[in-house]
Design a protein around this ligand. Structure first.
Ligand SMILES: C[S@@+](CC[C@H](N)C(=O)[O-])C[C@H]1O[C@@H](n2cnc3c(N)ncnc32)[C@H](O)[C@@H]1O
Length: 300
């Protein structure tokens, strides 16, 4: 019994060490994304040695291979990269590092990538709110606002770096889901003449929909500082504004909803029915989150 208790205590300590340093995995993956390691291996067309990888890192003026070795060792343990060697290392054979199904999601030069989202989520500006949890428990409020003095949607208007980081992150996840949206809802899109994406970011989802259904007049609606940076897309008009005041008229509205209660400050919240009442949607698509609502909106 005593031995069991001692073992449990030791395990408890090990768990705390693990949680204490839990951020190390995120930072190592972020490092790989910043150094474009997955892209370097992908461009090579197969596994590479560390010397080859380090030679491909852009702007590495005095590279430290021992540092990279330790980062890669961790990432191999986490199955982000693979290792293989033609000869046993004791015979002087170099280890070759290859891609896995995980690292393929870290490619910058790919449409199906999570790299921009990862750079966003693990950026110090987005990490800062995580340090405010105890303050939130003690005082209530929103962690992002405590960290930056503004709500997340306002912050981009005064911080162009954050604006780009956030919009790029959103656009990459949008790219991942858009194929499913387009193929799943093809009958619905066929009967819509105009479609407004409310909170559409820089318009990448709508652009893909309109590419597949060129008869649709697309309106990408988001906050002014977001649409100001949006690329020009054929068949898309970008309109800046505040959805809590009004949204552009269209046959159907499309809105990607992250979570119910996203804006839980009490000051503003998602009043779907209030602004959708003015829009005549011609078809209905329901996201599981909204199964209980009566609003005839297109949800994703
Ligand atoms: C979670 S992001 C989703 C972006 C995009 N729909 C996507 O799926 O990638 C939410 C978007 O809503 C926009 N937004 C937030 N408050 C808004 C408001 N009051 N009026 C218009 N857009 C708003 C943000 O700027 C942001 O682009």
């Amino acid at each position: 019994m005593e031995a069991k208790e001692a073992e449990a205590e030791l395990q408890g300590q090990a768990d705390i060490w693990k949680y204490m340093l839990g951020f190390a995995d995120s930072m190592a993956v972020k490092c790989a994304v910043e150094l474009r390691i997955a892209d370097i291996i992908n461009m090579n067309g197969g596994p590479m040695t560390l010397s080859q990888i380090i030679a491909g890192i852009p702007d590495a003026h005095s590279p430290d291979i021992s540092y990279l070795t330790r980062i890669m060792r961790l990432l191999v343990r986490r199955k982000i990269f693979t290792t293989q060697s033609h000869h046993h290392p004791s015979e002087g054979g170099d280890t070759l590092y290859g891609l896995t199904h995980s690292s393929r999601w870290l490619l910058h030069d790919s449409k199906m990538t999570l790299a921009p989202m990862l750079l966003m989520e693990d950026h110090p500006l987005l990490m800062a709110p995580w340090h405010c949890f105890s303050q939130c428990v003690k005082e209530g409020g929103i962690a992002f606002k405590k960290a930056h003095g503004r709500e997340v949607w306002d912050f981009g208007s005064v911080n162009p770096e954050f604006n780009k980081l956030f919009n790029d992150g959103m656009a990459c996840t949008a790219n991942i889901v858009v194929n499913t949206i387009v193929s799943e809802y093809k009958d619905g899109f066929g009967s819509v003449g105009s479609l407004v994406d409310v909170g559409g970011g820089t318009g990448s989802v709508l652009a893909e929909i309109v590419k597949s259904y060129p008869h649709i007049k697309g309106i990408n609606f988001d906050l002014p500082h977001v649409v100001a940076t949006a690329p020009i897309y054929d068949g898309i008009t970008h309109i800046g504004g505040d959805m809590f005041e009004a949204v552009p008229n269209a046959d159907a509205v499309f809105m990607k909803v992250a979570k119910k209660g996203l804006n839980s400050s009490g000051r503003k919240y998602w009043k779907k029915e209030a602004f959708l009442a003015t829009i005549s949607s011609k078809f209905q698509l329901y996201h599981p989150l909204l199964r209980h609502t009566q609003s005839d909106m297109v949800m994703m």
